[in-house]
Design a binder for this molecule. Structure first.
Ligand code: 5GP
Ligand code: ZN
Length: 112
């Protein structure tokens, strides 16, 4: 998508602190970390949010969760939280599907 920040990061048009990349997804550290470890995992293909997940892209989303598990293991994360905000009221500010992975501090429930 032409005017999408995360499409530009995936394409290398905007620099990022890359953690992992394969054919389907791209992982990079959040520019404004909300925990000692905070990275994002996004599909390379543009999907606006979890609300845009369907039969055509479900394999990519499933794959992203295998990548999250692998990266968490490699980084030695014993406890972590995976978050995806959908829509402005839920806090979504970039409308390209992304999963936040947060770790390294106590977290509260319910989330704010
Ligand atoms: P959302 O608010 O949509 O759930 O999450 C978007 C996330 O993208 C935020 O945590 C924000 O800090 C992060 N972000 C926004 N712009 C950039 C950027 O240019 N580079 C990186 N690495 N993260 C960004
Ligand atoms: Zn995009």
């Amino acid at each position: 998508m032409n005017d999408c920040l995360f499409c530009k990061i995936v394409a290398g048009e905007i620099p990022s602190n890359k953690l992992y990349e394969d054919d389907l997804c791209y992982a990079f550290y959040d520019i404004d970390p909300q925990a000692p470890t905070h990275f994002l995992v996004v599909p390379k293909a543009h999907i606006p949010s979890v609300a845009g997940v369907d039969e055509s892209n479900q394999a990519t989303v499933g794959h992203i969760f295998t990548v999250i598990a692998k990266l968490a293991k490699e980084l030695g994360l014993d406890s972590f939280r995976v978050v995806s905000n959908i829509g402005e009221q839920a806090g979504q500010s970039v409308f390209h599907l992304h999963f936040h992975v947060l770790s390294g501090r106590d977290m509260t429930w319910p989330p704010g």
